[in-house]
Design a protein around this ligand. Structure first.
Ligand SMILES: [Cu+2]
Length: 328
């Protein structure tokens, strides 16, 4: 190839009668077909974040599609590289340069057309995928445009399995722990995140202090947790089992330790847990501020009052309270 000055581009190269362009095209099509099937069907089910919820499964599908589209490109590059190293290497003693190439309208037009079609097609695909699963598992702010089909967010204070009324769970980030309030079960607050399987969930994500990010990895949910902001994210768990919750926003010295585990359980196990926890925590729930969608981090005057009611020592219940004139 290197000495073949009559050839305008490697695609049409011949070497001793071997038709490199044809060989490369045929091999590329066959290898791409095989590798695309392997990527989508064999590797695909192992790609993150798995399929524990509908949003996770939808994200996994997106990554499978993108991986499959990228496969022919990678196969083409590696095949061309291997072919060039094997057949087009310089012969011993050959000091000549290859012929310079100036433009190739057919290759340029093909390149621009194919890459434009891929990019624009993926923009349409990405936009649809963002909308169809009700925000794709990301936080949508206080007034979501997209909601899970067939659900209603009622203002009533109870929830039971199988109803259209969506289960609400408030996620509260704080240095350095996650707590969860269940407003439809009396508003108790716990460090345990339990969810019923196959029931749509509405997370209301907020923070008590600094900026955190609620990342329920296996559920494919990630939403910023900001003080004074209610950030809504939806998902529907579709398999029982544990999942990990991490903070995904550097929030101070113990940020790395800010994680715990949630669990997806059956409807009946969830109802039993929720009712038991409601009863167990009833005395503490009475002392909590009333359920609200946001918490104002500058208003911590309640801290001292709650601790005094709990019988803890000190004028501020042992906590420094800048609103208390008796504290330094
Ligand atoms: Cu954090």
């Amino acid at each position: 190839m290197a000495a073949d000055a009559s050839s305008p581009a490697p695609a049409g190269a011949t070497d001793g009668g071997r038709r490199d362009g044809l060989w490369l095209a045929v091999l590329w099509v066959i290898l791409s077909a095989v590798c695309c099937v392997l990527v989508y069907f064999v590797w695909g089910p192992h790609l993150p974040p798995g399929d524990q919820s509908n949003s996770a499964a939808s994200q996994q599908f997106d990554i499978k599609v993108l991986g499959t589209i990228a496969t022919p490109v990678i196969v083409g590059v590696l095949l061309y590289f291997g072919w060039a190293l094997t057949f087009w290497r310089q012969k011993p003693g050959d000091e000549t340069d290859a012929a310079p190439i100036h433009g190739n309208a057919r290759i340029q037009v093909t390149w621009i057309t194919v890459t434009s079609a891929i990019v624009l097609g993926l923009a349409v695909f990405g936009t649809y995928e963002l909308i169809a699963p009700a925000g794709a598992g990301g936080g949508e702010g206080p007034q979501p445009i997209w909601k899970p089909a067939g659900t209603v967010t009622a203002s009533d204070t109870s929830w039971s399995p199988g109803t259209k009324n969506i289960l609400q769970v408030q996620v509260i980030g704080q240095q350095w722990a996650w707590t969860y309030r269940y407003p439809q079960f009396g508003g108790f607050e716990t460090t345990q995140l339990e969810l019923p399987v196959n029931e749509p969930v509405q997370f209301n994500v907020t923070s008590l202090d600094v900026i955190h990010s609620f990342w329920a990895y296996q559920l494919g949910v990630k939403a910023d947790a900001n003080p004074d902001v209610n950030n809504v994210a939806y998902t529907t768990p579709q398999h029982t089992g544990q999942f990990v919750v991490r903070c995904d926003e550097l929030c101070g010295i113990w940020h790395g330790a800010m994680y715990n585990y949630g669990e997806v359980v059956s409807d009946s196990a969830f109802m039993t847990w929720a009712q038991q926890t409601r009863t167990q925590l009833a005395a503490v729930t009475k002392l909590l501020p009333p359920y609200a969608l946001t918490y104002d981090p500058t208003d911590i005057s309640n801290l001292g009052k709650v601790n005094q009611q709990l019988g803890l020592t000190g004028a501020g219940g042992g906590y420094y309270n800048p609103a208390d004139p008796e504290q330094p």
